[in-house]
Design a protein around this ligand. Structure first.
Ligand code: SIN
Ligand code: CO
Length: 388
């Protein structure tokens, strides 16, 4: 456990009210005495793993960048020049516990909004070029230092450099510029152009948030609605006017069809269930593996008497919705929903808030048969793990 804390001078509610999704902000010394959770060598090691997403970006001549996707071989790194390249590794929080722990510092934003922590190692002069991203990000500086230039908020009409897979901006104009030292962070709302250039060998932790596009959400919700349809329910003519003109689609038929379709998309209860499932879908479902031998109730009970700590699978996502109207609490884990009576709210809240379940918590939960069954199922499906 790294035990890092946010600077007590950081006012999270002021930040959320005035900056979150609105304006970039430099957060000097956001994490006092911050030190790296992994070394550049360990990061390079991760980039050699098949299950890990990684990229290497080199500025091979001024203003021209080349992208290579991992997994890499050790020899790929030994052949690199001493400057002007960056290695970026996605979702390091899935693999390094101290990096995962950094996410808990951002608890002033709902946990299900966090996507992952990408870590980059850049040599002096290394950068991925001027660009913008579609999501909020905190760029937390680890060892070394980086210069960050921030420009205007972009839209999709902005001109991009052709012949590059990197979606880099043709014209980047600096509005503000900062040099970041270890523990400093730069917050960027979606679509603000930026360009970070390493001043020396340096590590940067990008705490990135999820922002599905409207198209993705429409697709997700439509799939959910489609699955619930009865194939026997078909288009039906409401009326056919006696004076109809052959080939004409009459207004009555249009109105009926429009109503039937929109009604199916306008059911709030279904939307609520879908939304919770959607935002709790894991980024890497293949990393949530059911146990080989599922625990029976008795086996699970005796496991808890061994004082084990249960940890959430770093790939799992937990979220809940309190539905006072329905006197229920909806728990979402890894894209699935379980409904509990409202009396379980405090247990569900505690479960969603923590990364680990201590033996004391487990005992408390275990005395409640519904919660005990939930924990057992979560352990069997791989969303909870027995911590080492
Ligand atoms: C980097 O870590 O160098 C790039 C991160 C970003 O600009 O989004
Ligand atoms: Co970026």
């Amino acid at each position: 456990m790294s035990g890092f804390k946010l600077n007590p001078e950081f006012d999270a509610s002021h930040f959320v009210q005035h900056y979150w999704q609105k304006k970039p902000l430099l957060l000097r010394n956001l994490i006092p005495n911050f030190s790296d959770s992994l070394s550049a060598e360990e990061l390079a090691g991760l980039a050699c793993e098949d299950l890990v997403e990684s990229r290497l970006v080199s500025e091979f001549e001024p203003g021209r960048w080349q992208l290579r996707n991992g997994p890499f071989e050790e020899s790929d790194f030994t052949q690199l020049p001493p400057t002007n390249w960056t290695l970026l590794v996605q979702a390091v929080d899935q693999w390094v516990e101290d990096v995962a722990e950094l996410k808990t510092l951002f608890e002033f934003i709902p946990s299900w909004r966090i996507d992952d922590i990408m870590v980059s190692f850049a040599t002096a002069g290394g950068s991925v070029g001027p660009h913008y991203d579609y999501y909020d990000v905190f760029l937390l500086q680890g060892s070394g230092s980086r210069n960050w230039k921030v420009g205007e908020r972009c839209n999709s009409a902005v001109e991009l450099i052709q012949d590059s897979e990197l979606s880099l901006l043709s014209n980047f104009e600096t509005v503000v510029e900062f040099d970041l030292a270890p523990g400093d962070a730069l917050y960027l709302p979606p679509r603000f152009s930026h360009w970070g250039v390493a001043s020396s060998d340096s590590l940067c932790y990008s705490i990135g948030f999820r922002a599905p596009s409207m198209a993705e959400m429409i697709e997700g919700f439509s799939d959910f609605v489609i699955k619930q349809q009865d194939p026997a329910q078909r288009f039906e003519d409401s009326e056919i006017a006696s004076n109809m003109r052959r080939g004409e689609i009459n207004p009555g038929q249009l109105d009926d069809s429009f109503r039937q379709l929109t009604e199916r998309f306008a059911e709030k209860e279904k939307f609520v269930a879908w939304f919770g499932c959607y935002v709790s879908q894991p980024k890497y479902p293949e990393l949530i593996v059911p146990v080989d031998q599922p625990f029976s109730k008795e086996q699970f009970q005796s496991l808890l008497t061994e004082d084990v700590v249960l940890a959430k699978n770093p790939s799992s996502r937990f979220a809940f919705i309190e539905s006072s109207a329905a006197s229920s609490v909806l728990l979402f884990v890894d894209g699935a929903m379980v409904v509990f009576p409202l009396e379980q709210l405090k247990h569900i809240t505690a479960l969603c808030a923590s990364t680990h379940i201590t033996p004391e918590q487990a005992y408390r939960l275990f005395s409640n048969s519904e919660m005990a069954e939930l924990l057992r199922q979560l352990l069997n499906q791989g969303s909870l793990l027995v911590s080492e």
